[in-house]
Design a protein around this ligand. Structure first.
Ligand code: PLP
Length: 384
């Protein structure tokens, strides 16, 4: 392991979080960072962890792998984050941790949630997988809670292909974490090769001309497990923890990260700029738009739109080569059935259920969104 590479990368990350490199911990994926933090908080059997019913199943998995119980709360339709009243109601004597999330890059009420948690001697973790680089009330996302985890998967604020890290500023938790991290496996040669394949495919993907060919190739390679996928099948349909799950970040990921983080300031500007254009369009056409008051705190990793007949819109998008996203197709994305396995009872979360049926996301990373605005015009009748 190249120590200085690791240190350089941590320093870059730390500079965005107003901290120093020693409070940053690197992992193979964001979910692994969460799993490590939960262990540092000594979460185990009998404990409850509160989280929004608008999450990724890998978050629920990390809780379940430790024998704890996920307790969901419904979301606020404006922010797609949990509201405090819902969290307060969900607190029980068994609650050990509250996870708040900055959905699409928007943190909300994290300061108040943290205060509430303090009163009850509960830890807080921010799921900052969408919000790295952004701020809430002037402070970097992830700095209000006891700990935060971030993802550098290729859809996230900046990419290492797959990857993640934790940020913790708490002596006791960091001491616990040191022992836990000593058990991390090193990524294998096969991991490194399939990461290399991921970078190759992704870089080709970025050149417009072959995007749709490469998407097909990527799907084929993933199916045959030749390229590093974001999740393995068993993570999406069972509570079986994959082998070699608890892995460190490899040098090749750090190298990619150091390259890609350079573009982040520009990307942040571009995302907000595009979000304004989407907002203008939706406002003008009397469709659901993001409350402009939320803009200062919103990093707009993706721009949420609501549609009737999602399947139809997705088919049209594929035909017209519009890269529409499908987050969150369910309260525990991307799982569409057997939610009870993850302790989710759909009827308890009417807002999350309705939104997950309607929501699609527009890309905010494109330099020119004319084509996407044109597409919105084409599907105008389906927009909510
Ligand atoms: C992507 C994502 C994760 C997991 O990140 P990985 O790096 O893929 O493990 C967790 N929570 C949310 C909300 C995410 O979007």
């Amino acid at each position: 392991m190249n120590k200085s590479l690791e240190y350089q990368f941590k320093q870059q990350l730390a500079s965005y979080l107003d901290t120093t490199a020693e409070h940053i911990y690197l992992y193979y994926k964001g979910r692994v960072a969460l799993y490590a933090i939960l262990q540092a908080m000594q979460v185990g059997k009998g404990d409850e962890v509160i989280l929004p019913a608008f999450t990724c199943v890998v978050v629920s998995n990390a809780i379940k792998y430790l024998g704890a119980t996920p307790v969901y709360t419904d979301i606020d339709p404006d922010t797609y984050n949990a509201d405090i009243a819902g969290i307060e109601k969900a607190i029980s004597p068994r609650t050990k941790v509250i996870i708040c999330q900055n959905t699409f890059g928007l943190s909300s009420n994290v300061d108040a949630i943290h205060r509430l948690a303090r009163q009850h001697h509960i830890y807080t973790i921010e799921d900052c997988t969408h919000g790295f680089g952004g701020t809430y009330k002037g402070k970097p996302n992830g700095t209000y809670c006891d700990a935060a985890f971030y993802s550098t998967q290729w859809n996230k604020p900046f990419s290492t292909g797959v990857g993640g890290f934790a940020f913790i500023q708490n002596e006791m938790l960091e001491q616990n974490l040191a022992a836990i991290n000593s058990r991390l496996e090193r990524p294998s040669v096969k991991n490194t090769l399939s990461l290399g394949m991921l970078y190759f495919v992704r870089e080709k993907l970025l050149s417009d001309k072959c995007y749709w060919h490469m998407i097909s190739l990527y799907r084929w390679l993933s199916k045959h497990q030749l390229v590093q996928g974001s999740s393995s099948g068993i993570e999406l349909c069972s509570l079986t923890q994959p082998q070699h799950y608890f892995k460190a970040m490899s040098a090749i990921q750090m190298k990619k990260g150091l390259q890609n983080i350079k573009k982040l300031p520009y990307m942040m500007q571009l995302r907000k700029h595009n979000a304004r254009l989407y907002n203008d369009y939706l406002l003008k056409h009397n469709k659901t738009f993001v409350n402009p008051q939320l803009f200062p705190d919103h990093a707009f990793l993706k721009y949420p739109v609501l549609v009737w007949q999602k399947d139809k819109v997705l088919t049209l998008a594929e035909k017209q080569h519009i890269p529409l996203g499908e987050w969150f197709c369910s309260p525990i994305h991307p799982v569409r059935e057997n939610w009870e396995t993850w302790n989710l009872h759909a009827k308890d979360f009417p807002v999350a259920m309705e939104k997950s049926q309607q929501i699609l996301n527009l890309p905010t990373d494109e330099k020119n969104i004319e084509k996407i605005l044109q597409f919105l015009d084409n599907i105008n009748e389906f927009l909510v």
